[in-house]
Design a protein around this ligand. Structure first.
Ligand SMILES: Cc1cc2nc3c(=O)[nH]c(=O)nc-3n(C[C@H](O)[C@H](O)[C@H](O)COP(=O)(O)OP(=O)(O)OC[C@H]3O[C@@H](n4cnc5c(N)ncnc54)[C@H](O)[C@@H]3O)c2cc1C
Ligand SMILES: *[C@@H]1O[C@H](CO)[C@@H](O)[C@H](O)[C@H]1NC(C)=O
Ligand SMILES: *[C@@H]1O[C@H](CO)[C@@H](O)[C@H](O)[C@H]1NC(C)=O
Ligand SMILES: *[C@@H]1O[C@H](CO)[C@@H](O)[C@H](O)[C@H]1NC(C)=O
Ligand SMILES: *[C@@H]1O[C@H](CO)[C@@H](O)[C@H](O)[C@H]1NC(C)=O
Ligand SMILES: *[C@@H]1O[C@H](CO)[C@@H](O)[C@H](O)[C@H]1NC(C)=O
Ligand SMILES: *[C@@H]1O[C@H](CO)[C@@H](O)[C@H](O)[C@H]1NC(C)=O
Ligand SMILES: *[C@@H]1O[C@H](CO)[C@@H](O)[C@H](O)[C@H]1NC(C)=O
Ligand SMILES: *[C@@H]1O[C@H](CO)[C@@H](O)[C@H](O)[C@H]1NC(C)=O
Ligand SMILES: *[C@@H]1O[C@H](CO)[C@@H](O)[C@H](O)[C@H]1NC(C)=O
Length: 560
């Protein structure tokens, strides 16, 4: 077995550890050779390996890039692999380690900071776009969904089988389940059923040794970690088994906009005091952006109240009139439809499109450059705080700026902080997302927009969660702290880690240490291994010299 006979000296190990040579053309050739020689692949791998000289390289890389900021990144992968089966993932993991390449794992490519396809070290992208099988088991209300599927594809497949089964996940249909479910996942069913991650009941993951593990074999701690702690620190998630939830055959939606002149501040004042205590069947989130006031041509802020109610309009109206009368909701503003139609509606398909649009992996409004940040709120923001926020919307950079308030409460209050890695549960009124999109190319435009959102974020500091100021992993934000390019101490990683995970960060680091002590699966915000630098050097030396006897990966196939 020629493939297994690499021999590493201690010196080589040190070189591997400290100096990934960015120009090592031959290391990626050796990597590709290693893939081709990998003894356990079931399908031929050569048709899914794209080096930079392959004519399809750019289209394969670009197709899932969702943020134009990272479109022309200078640090592109030396190779892209789009696995057709588990053995291709195993080969990629084993061969990248062998040839000193990092890997980045991509499912839907929505990572806000492009971490699934940009890196500063020589790296390989494992893109799961070919692994998107979805098996719906209506009888048991479960689904096996492969990581490369989008939530839109998942919603579509569920709706093909039932109009009273659903899954609580995100609003944008193009989001990939690989990243989304491993980082939380919220949408209009969160108040009733929690996060996507709360509804995962099994998973298949390929670990650093190339072993394919399920819930039983990965152990309780790893299964806990990947349901909110992000998959990328632990291995390549191949598929999830999820529990479907029930929804009535008729739901009701509305989108009602109020400007500042129409008492938006007053309505938000009241909303903050009721939104998290409403009936679990009712979610009303708020989306703010700026608008040219029709009255006087001045700029104003518009707050759009967007709602899903799990029931008929006749039940919804009295509920809103009782709890949020200031909104002045009218019967004609409410639309009854099926749950799957509400998915289209909230995603912006309001022209009677067929549900087939959920299978389209291109975002409805095309791509922009964007940056977003997040916060959690425990106490209502006083009116003076809101009034100080509005002027940010009148700045030039805010033309496509937005702020979203998503209510908590309901099911979120019933889940303990430690049940999953995501600790933001009871006691929060709502979650904030700040975002800004732009179309103008170049660094200057980028700096202006980044500066705008960062100043807005600074402004809201007194009104949001503190010690630490929390953030949502799926709204990845490298401003809150990053790892070194290489060894990162636990305390350095804690800066960003406790913002996403609170006290759960410690447990995530322990899991990481058990499953990937050498920290192969790493990025700017990956969970650190607690194995110290010196110990790690010795250990890596040991592991590399043992590679000659590497065990055969457990090679059973995914069931979906
Ligand atoms: C337009 C848009 C709308 C969004 N709407 C919502 C929303 O409504 N609700 C919400 O909660 N979030 C939303 N998000 C955020 C979204 O949940 C995250 O960006 C999510 O991580 C995307 O998953 P992905 O697979 O598409 O992204 P990717 O960029 O492919 O991956 C994101 C991260 O997960 C890792 N990862 C991906 N696949 C795997 C895998 N198979 N195994 C291990 N690690 C993996 C990546 O390496 C990366 O670190 C939205 C994002 C965008 C851009
Ligand atoms: C990427 O680079 C190409 C070629 O230079 C250019 O035409 C294109 O506009 C760039 N795209 C973005 C999003 O910057
Ligand atoms: C439902 O689950 C049971 C137990 O796991 C299984 O035997 C059965 O085949 C499942 N039903 C379907 C339709 O797959
Ligand atoms: C604005 O909303 C507040 C509720 O916060 C309410 O008390 C007030 O009467 C409303 N003002 C108008 C003009 O509707
Ligand atoms: C939510 O709606 C369902 C019917 O779809 C109903 O059975 C349930 O009682 C409602 N929940 C609450 C809290 O009103
Ligand atoms: C607002 O008005 C300005 C100038 O009249 C115009 O350029 C801009 O497109 C308008 N914006 C919106 C959202 O209508
Ligand atoms: C428009 O805004 C300016 C500055 O805020 C204000 O002075 C002016 O009165 C406003 N115009 C109208 C018609 O409201
Ligand atoms: C997918 O959606 C994009 C954006 O809305 C659209 O341009 C494209 O035509 C759609 N593709 C298909 C196959 O419908
Ligand atoms: C935000 O606040 C931080 C810390 O107070 C400061 O370093 C930074 O410059 C501020 N950013 C902007 C854009 O104002
Ligand atoms: C592999 O194992 C055999 C016997 O167990 C041993 O003799 C040999 O030295 C090992 N090879 C390496 C490279 O560690």
């Amino acid at each position: 077995m020629k493939y297994l006979s690499s021999y590493f000296t201690f010196a080589t190990t040190i070189v591997l550890l400290f100096s990934f040579d960015p120009s090592s053309a031959d290391s990626h050739e050796k990597f590709v050779q290693c893939l081709y020689n990998y003894p356990y692949v079931t399908n031929s791998i050569s048709s899914v390996v794209y080096t930079q000289t392959n004519s399809l390289y750019s289209s394969v890389l670009d197709v899932s890039i969702q943020n134009l900021r990272f479109f022309n990144a200078t640090s592109k992968p030396v190779v892209i692999v789009t696995p057709l089966d588990v053995s291709h993932i195993q080969a990629t993991i084993i061969c990248s380690q062998r040839h000193g390449l990092q890997i980045r794992i991509r499912s839907g490519g929505h990572d806000y900071e492009g971490l699934s396809y940009v890196a500063e070290v020589p790296f390989v992208v494992v893109d799961l776009i070919n692994l998107r099988g979805i098996e719906v088991d209506v009888e048991n209300s479960t689904v096996w969904v492969q990581a490369g599927a989008t939530v839109g594809e998942l919603y579509y497949r569920i709706s093909q089988r039932s109009n009273t089964l659903a899954f609580p996940a995100g609003i944008c249909p193009t989001v990939g389940v690989g990243g989304h479910l491993s980082g939380g996942g919220y949408g209009f069913l969160m108040r009733k059923y929690g996060l996507s991650a709360d509804n995962v009941i099994d998973a298949l993951i390929v670990d650093v040794n190339g072993n394919l593990l399920d819930k039983e074999t990965m152990g309780e701690d790893l299964f806990w970690a990947i349901r909110g702690g992000g998959g990328a620190s632990f291995g390549v998630i191949v598929a999830w088994k999820i529990r479907l939830v029930s929804v009535p055959s008729t739901v009701t939606v509305f989108q009602v906009a109020r400007t500042l002149e129409e008492n938006a501040t007053g309505i938000i004042h009241k909303w903050q005091r009721v939104a998290n205590n409403l009936n679990k069947n009712l979610t009303i989130r708020i989306n703010f952006w700026r608008l040219n006031s029709s009255k006087n041509g001045n700029l104003t802020v518009q707050a759009q109240f967007e709602s899903l109610y799990l029931g008929p309009a006749d039940d919804l109206i009295p509920l809103v009139q009782k709890r949020l009368p200031e909104l002045g909701l009218l019967r004609e503003e409410c639309i009854e439809m099926s749950w799957i139609e509400s998915i289209l509606f909230m995603a912006g398909f309001t022209n009677g499109e067929s549900t087939d649009v959920l299978l389209n992996r291109t975002q409805l409004n095309g791509l922009s450059f964007f940056k977003a940040k997040s916060d959690y709120v425990r106490d209502p923001i006083p009116d003076v705080g809101l009034e100080g926020l509005w002027p940010f919307f009148y700045e030039d950079e805010a033309e496509h700026g937005y702020v979203q308030f998503t209510p908590y409460g309901g099911r979120m209050d019933e889940i303990s902080e430690s049940e999953t890695p995501i600790p933001h549960r009871s006691g929060y009124i709502f979650h904030i997302q700040y975002g800004v999109n732009w179309q103008e190319k170049g660094d200057a435009a980028e700096q202006r927009h980044l500066n705008w959102i960062r100043r807005m974020y600074n402004y809201t500091e007194p009104y949001v969660s503190k010690s630490p100021r929390s953030a949502y992993l799926n709204y990845r934000d490298l401003d809150i702290g990053i790892n070194n390019n290489g060894y990162t101490s636990f305390s350095q990683a804690s800066i960003w880690g406790t913002k996403y995970f609170g006290n759960n960060f410690n447990r995530l680091a322990r899991v990481k240490t058990r499953v990937d002590p050498r920290n192969f699966f790493r990025n700017e915000q990956s969970i650190p291994s607690l194995v110290g630098l010196f110990t790690r050097m010795v250990q890596i030396y040991g592991e590399f010299t043992k590679l000659g006897n590497a065990s055969v990966p457990n090679n059973h196939n995914t069931s979906s």
